[in-house]
Design a protein around this ligand. Structure first.
Ligand code: C5P
Length: 233
C-alpha cells in the first residue's frame, strides 16, 4: 500500500513548458532555495547537438544514429554541487550550448528516438535520489511521471521572445526584433509539440503557471510554496 507521504522526503519537481517560458532560470533558483539539485534537460539535448555539429556529421545522417551511437558522442555530464556540468569534446560548455546554430538544430535532434532513449536513462539516474528540480519539455509527462510537484509554465509568445532577447544581451528590443524572435520560437514550439515522441504537453496533473505578468520572484515563490506544501521543503 502507498503511504500518502511516501517519497516526500526526496521529492522530484518538474517544470515543463515552451521555449522562453523561463523554465531554466526559474528551476535553478527554486532548486537553490530548496537546497535541491537542478537538471536542465534542454542543455543535454543541446550538448548532443553541439557534439554532432563539431564532429561535422551531416544532418541528414543524424536520424540513422543508434542509441549507442548517441551515447558514444563525446558528451559528459557530472554532478557539480547543485548543478550538473556538461562537457563536450573534453571541455566544459555553457554559452556554446545556446548559440543560434545549436538552437536551430536542437529540435530536430530531440525528435529522434535514439537521442531520447540515450538521455532518458541519464535523466532518471539524476533523479534517483530525489531532491531534484528538472526542467524541459517532457519531465512531468515521460521522464518523471510520478514527480511530486509538476508545473507547466506558459507566457505570451511576444513576452517570451522579449525575454530571450534580453537574456541574449539586447537590453531594449525593438518591435521588429521581438517579431523576428517570436517567429523563431514559434517554429521550435511547433516542432516540439507536433513530434511523435514525448511531444510538449501539459501533464494532466501539472499546475499551470502563466508567467506573462509575473515577475521572477513571484514565479519562484509560487513554485517553492507548492513544494513546501508537501512538507518536504
Ligand atoms: O529548454 P531549451 O530551449 O534549452 O531546449 C532545447 C530543445 O531541446 C527544445 O526546443 C526541445 O527540442 C529539446 N528538449 C526536449 N525535451 C526536453 C528538453 C528539451 O525535447 N526535456
Amino acid at each position: 500500500m502507498t503511504e500518502p507521504n511516501e517519497g516526500m522526503q526526496a521529492p522530484v519537481v518538474t517544470l515543463d513548458g515552451p521555449a522562453g517560458s523561463g523554465k531554466s532560470t526559474t528551476a535553478k533558483e527554486v532548486a537553490r532555495r530548496l537546497g535541491f539539485r537542478h537538471l536542465d534537460s534542454g542543455g543535454l539535448y543541446r550538448a548532443l547537438t553541439l557534439a554532432l555539429l563539431e564532429a561535422g556529421t551531416p544532418r541528414d545522417e543524424w536520424a540513422s544514429l543508434t542509441e549507442e551511437g548517441m551515447r558514444a558522442l563525446p558528451v559528459r555530464v557530472s554532478r557539480d554541487g547543485t548543478e550538473f556540468s556538461i562537457e563536450v569534446g573534453g571541455r566544459p560548455v555553457q554559452a556554446e550550448l545556446r548559440t543560434p546554430e545549436v538552437t536551430a538544430h536542437v529540435a530536430f535532434l530531440a525528435s529522434l528516438p535514439a537521442s531520447r532513449a540515450c538521455l532518458l536513462r541519464l535523466q532518471r539516474t539524476a533523479g534517483e535520489q530525489g531532491r531534484l528540480v528538472a526542467d524541459g519539455r517532457d519531465m512531468g509527462s515521460v521522464v518523471f511521471p510520478d514527480a511530486d510537484v509538476k508545473v507547466y509554465l506558459v507566457a505570451d509568445l511576444s513576452e517570451r521572445a522579449r525575454r530571450r532577447l534580453v537574456e541574449g544581451g539586447v537590453s531594449e528590443p525593438s518591435e521588429d526584433d521581438v517579431a523576428r524572435e517570436s517567429g523563431v520560437i514559434a517554429e521550435r514550439d511547433r516542432h516540439d509539440s507536433e513530434r511523435e515522441l514525448s511531444p510538449l504537453r501539459k501533464p494532466a496533473d501539472a499546475h499551470l503557471l502563466d508567467t506573462t505578468r509575473l515577475d521572477f520572484e513571484e514565479q519562484v515563490a509560487t513554485i517553492v510554496s507548492l513544494v513546501e506544501a508537501l512538507g518536504a521543503g
